[in-house]
Ligand binder design. Structure first.
Ligand code: SF4
Ligand code: MG
Length: 326
């Protein structure tokens, strides 16, 4: 399949006062057409920052200081502004954790979906309404004619997330970025929304970049997983490969912290320590302070990204060239 999103050697830097703090470092990965890729990591690892970079929605204090973002063959460059928004808007849509904050509280939900079509497709008002109703049915909403005129506050969290998915997909984007789309929902509804996203990927061929702190959720949805830690991509591999042969000690810890049937009744493992905040990141491997396998070199030298077969990439001194892969 063709490459849809390509990020190469991306650095994003925050400026706080007069100081500069790197928040994303040498980030390189791709999403192919129709592919479902997950980004996992604890909060503060740069997952959302990655998606905001693609969307052109970085906060004022953050700048892309190096690297390349390419969407559907078109490269981003500094100062593109509106031109990038147009390209990105045509091909990429996004849904968030909190649909309520993304919806207009004063406009009926059906109309908000129709407005999306009116703005981006050359359709009449009547056609936009029909498209919206069609999308509402497709995302599994019922009593759609009545629901069309309801205001957001009348809907449950799960229904609102379905409305957001309808809004995101109505213009047929090539890529849907979903940032913790089920984190605010209870477990049953979460499973339904994950089913829906998988189903929409199959029926519309929209590729997905799925962001979550929960490897259990990513495992349900994605074909490939990118693990981020403190601004670095530390591992990238097909989902089965990650689950069966995690290489990076951070990935292994995330897996150990996953609840499972075998672990039922046991105290759930939590990774000791915390992600170093932006202002406290120095040289060496960013995971060194929490890593059970750290050695002296880990505290002074940042590991390079190594490619090690089976579509697997890892950033850890244990796998550096010349060492035997564990
Ligand atoms: Fe652990 Fe060292 Fe690998 Fe970092 S480089 S994950 S500290 S073993
Ligand atoms: Mg986030």
């Amino acid at each position: 399949a063709n490459t849809l999103l390509a990020i190469r050697e991306l650095d994003v830097t925050f400026t706080i006062g007069k100081k500069q703090y790197p928040a994303l470092r040498q980030l390189s990965f791709q999403v192919k057409e129709k592919e479902r890729v997950g980004i996992v990591g604890e909060s503060g690892c740069g997952k959302s920052l990655t998606s905001l970079s693609v969307m052109g929605l970085l906060p004022e204090s953050a700048t892309i200081t190096r690297g390349e973002i390419n969407v559907a063959g078109k490269a981003w460059s500094p100062g593109m502004g509106e031109e990038w928004n147009a390209t990105r808007g045509r091909h990429v849509a996004m849904i968030f954790q909190d649909p309520m904050s993304a919806l207009n509280p004063l406009m009926p939900v059906g109309k908000q979906i129709a407005e999306m079509a009116l703005t981006h497709l050359s359709v009449s008002k009547q056609e936009a309404k029909e498209l919206a109703l069609g999308m509402m049915a497709k995302v599994g909403l019922s009593r759609i004619n009545q629901l069309y005129g309801e205001y957001p506050h009348r809907l449950s969290g799960g229904m609102m997330q379905r409305i957001m998915i309808a809004m995101a997909l109505i213009c047929k984007p090539k890529l849907l970025i979903a940032d913790e789309p089920t984190t605010a929902l209870d477990v049953t509804i979460q499973a339904q929304i994950l089913d829906l996203l998988r189903e929409m990927n199959r029926s519309t061929n929209t590729a997905m970049l799925f962001i979550s702190h929960d490897l259990g959720v990513i495992r349900e949805v994605c074909e490939r997983v990118i693990v981020m830690y403190a601004g670095y991509m530390v591992e990238d591999a097909p989902v089965q490969e990650i689950l069966e042969h995690p290489k990076h000690p951070y990935t292994a810890a995330l897996l150990q912290a996953l609840p499972s049937i075998e672990k039922r009744g046991q105290l759930l493992y939590t990774i000791p320590g915390r992600v170093p905040p932006l202002t406290e990141r120095g040289d060496g491997c960013p995971f060194a302070g929490r890593c059970p396998r750290a050695s002296t070199i880990c505290h002074t030298k940042t590991p390079e990204l190594e490619t090690c077969g089976n579509g697997h990439r890892v950033r850890c001194h244990l796998y550096a060239e010349g060492k035997i892969f564990a």
